[in-house]
Design a protein around this ligand. Structure first.
Ligand code: FES
Ligand SMILES: [Fe+2]
Length: 315
């Protein structure tokens, strides 16, 4: 895991209102909760007493209370109360939990994974995303793969015409990405499968951002060419734009063997025409994301699960 970086660990909407929220990220059990002013706190979830998980406890005033013996920990991580000692009990200063820097931006909760610093860098997305005008929906799910393999799979499209060719749900890809208007629904699949050569590959690096574009084409048939724009931002963001499709995915380490995907799909212009009732559009985006999760992404993961070595050599 690359240190000294901001990692998005959850959507803001995943934080429970009146109870602690538990997650496993970067190989650590973490607990997140809001103090009385609404500021988000992130701490190690392992109680220093006997190791119970604080995310199963309760919020009491400006503290989180352990579910096992009720020790309370404040926003700075120090233990404030040991109920068995009473309110006057002397609490050792060493009885505390680690506290991590977290911020909320772009509807996500970001964890600073690195050295303690007085001044932390800003959380910035590439300008194409930060200034993106369209509404979006975001889903999350976990997979039993190393995050480097996952990032790798979303940054190359050479696998697409092989891995994603046969499932019925790919008819949507065939139609919208590779079908021709003249023969909509009918010739998409053949064009899709035939377009497996990559040309005009171009890479630009700007700080921690890599922009990458290429054409996926059918050899000897210039009319069957599809332009892709991909962005990678360290440590774990990928963004794909092709025709109508535009999706950002953050692949966040849960631990050495599992990855959390945070997948965001933007409203595509055609959706206004396809779904005139505005409140229904988020639902359609969510359904599209779920199809991605259960079909295409699952197909990728079936391959990744058997890959050796488990960690990408570039990771
Ligand atoms: S394990 Fe947390 S208070 Fe005992
Ligand atoms: Fe894929």
């Amino acid at each position: 895991m690359i240190p000294n970086q901001w990692y998005p660990i959850l959507r803001t909407e995943d934080i429970k209102r009146d109870a602690p929220t538990g997650v496993r990220r970067m190989g650590e059990e973490l607990v997140l909760w809001r103090d009385l002013r609404g500021k988000l706190v992130c701490q190690s979830a392992r109680c220093p007493h006997k190791g119970a998980n604080l995310s199963e406890g309760r919020l009491v005033g400006n503290s989180v209370a352990c579910p096992y013996h009720g020790f309370r920990f404040g926003t700075d991580g120090a233990c404030r109360l040991v109920p068995a000692l009473g309110s006057e009990g002397r609490i050792p200063a060493s009885l505390r939990v680690d506290t991590y820097e977290v911020r909320e931006k772009y509807d996500l909760v970001w964890l600073w994974w690195g050295d303690k610093r007085t001044q932390l860098p800003e959380i910035e997305l590439p300008h194409e995303l930060a200034e993106h005008p369209r509404p979006y929906e975001t889903i999350t799910f976990s997979r039993p793969v190393h995050y480097t393999r996952y990032i790798e799979s979303l940054l190359e499209f050479y696998h697409v015409t092989f891995v994603h060719r046969d499932h019925w749900a790919n008819i949507i890809d065939y139609t919208f990405m590779y079908g021709s208007w003249k023969k909509l629904w009918t010739d998409g699949r053949e064009r899709y499968i035939a377009a497996n050569k990559i040309v005009n590959h171009r890479v630009d690096v700007e700080g921690t951002i890599i922009r990458n574009s290429f054409d996926q084409c059918e050899e000897g048939n210039p009319s069957n060419t599809w332009h892709f724009n991909l962005i990678y931002q360290a440590p774990c963001m990928t963004h794909v734009r092709q025709g109508l499709l535009e999706v950002t995915t953050w692949l966040v380490p849960i631990d050495e063997h599992h990855t959390q995907a945070i997948m965001r799909l933007y409203e595509y212009p055609l959706l206004k025409w396809m779904v005139p009732v505005k409140p229904l559009r988020p639902l359609v985006l969510r359904l599209s994301l779920m199809m991605e999760q259960y079909v295409q992404d699952q197909q990728d993961n079936d391959i990744m699960a058997r890959q050796e070595p488990k960690v990408s050599e570039r990771g």
